[in-house]
Design a protein around this ligand. Structure first.
Ligand code: 8YV
Length: 345
């Protein structure tokens, strides 16, 4: 069946289709059938917009995914997913007519891009639109960790202010310190830019030195950690960066050092992180992501030297809407032109 042509039973269903007067897709007379791998509940209106515009096979609602793919996969040319749900080779290869995978989010380590490209399937993500919010959160985490904001808040909420002798322990100054960035991509760069506003010297570690940028480059991550007061992790996820931040790196950062992670949990060896914190060899960990989300080690949830957030780097109304729109634009561009707008190369 050619790309985008609905199946016979789809035509019967589409007769009850709603047409929206102000909708950009007004002239659609039939809805394309797509597979949505998981519910995009973290987006303001992605589930609704997908359901309004397309004939959606909601894969997560089927108890037997393999059987669902076998039954509904034929003729499906586009899949919607996110980093959370991914698209592995099994899913890709179960869809003989697949042409495009449109993901909601920038990270795509759970999508088998190689398997997709081998089959000529385009993959799109949502870069740029979340850069500022993720960078903002990295700074929020850093300041929260250095100034013990979580601990202070718990102290006030517990009614301890004025009740017990003293206050919370002293924090660390943020302004004017040395900032190391692990992974100077789009998000790393936005974090670095904010660092100059805090009068910080910024250096970074990447696989390769960037010639288009003036920040100092450290070829060795351990050397960067030794130099830095604070280390912010902003790399891609996946096998190439798994446990890049390990025991030697954490110990090089040291007892007053703060590690921030807004990238992917597995970039840090979490067992080594907990051990370093417990032994006082690392000052503080301020984390938005974890190795086995949504599981967070109790050693971290109980520690006043840790700040823990539930993976909310992009979770603002504006950014989640922008991610949603870009994902929808990619999907519709594929149906209209055969090409997604922001392809993963
Ligand atoms: C999302 C993210 O929460 O874009 C990413 O890679 O990590 C976040 O913006 C995630 O995509 C949800 O699966």
């Amino acid at each position: 069946m050619p790309a985008g042509i609905p199946s016979a039973d789809f035509k019967a269903e589409s007769s009850s289709m709603t047409v929206f007067a102000t909708h950009p897709y007004d002239n659609m007379t039939t809805k394309h059938r797509i597979i949505q791998v998981g519910s995009l509940a973290g987006s303001p209106s992605a589930n609704k917009n997908l359901a309004d515009r397309y004939d959606v096979v909601e894969l997560w609602k089927f108890p037997d995914r393999k059987a669902a793919l076998a039954e509904h996969g034929k003729g499906i040319t586009a899949v919607v997913t996110s980093a959370n749900f991914g698209a592995n080779a099994e899913l890709i290869n179960a869809l003989p007519d697949l042409k495009a995978i449109c993901s909601w989010g920038v990270g795509y380590e759970t999508i088998d891009v190689e398997a997709a490209h081998k089959r000529g399937v385009q993959v799109s993500n949502t870069p740029d639109v979340l850069t500022d919010c993720v960078a903002d959160l990295a700074w929020g985490l850093l300041i929260a960790g250095a100034r013990r904001m979580g601990q202070g808040e718990r102290f006030v909420r517990a009614g301890q202010w004025g009740q017990v002798h003293g206050s919370i322990p002293l924090g660390l100054r943020v302004s004017g310190k040395k900032l190391g960035i692990v992974g100077l991509g789009r998000i790393g760069e936005a974090i670095a830019k904010r660092g100059t506003g805090f009068d910080m010297e910024v250096r970074y570690h990447n696989r390769r030195k960037r010639d288009d940028i003036d920040y100092g480059y450290e070829a060795s991550l351990v050397d960067l950690a030794k130099w830095a007061d604070f280390l912010i992790v902003a790399t891609v996820g996946g096998p190439s960066t798994r446990h890049l931040v390990n025991q030697p790196v954490l110990e090089a950062l040291g007892p007053k050092g703060i590690i921030v992670n807004i990238a992917r949990g597995p970039v840090i060896d979490e067992t080594a992180l907990v051990a370093a914190l417990e032994a006082g060899k690392l000052g503080c960990a301020a984390l938005d992501v974890f190795e086995h989300e949504p599981k967070v080690p109790e050693a971290l949830t109980k520690s006043d030297n840790a700040v823990v957030l539930p993976h909310i780097g992009s979770a603002t109304l504006e950014t989640r809407l922008a991610m949603e729109n870009l994902m929808l634009e990619n999907l519709q561009a594929y149906f209209d032109t055969g090409r997604v707008i922001t392809p993963v190369e």
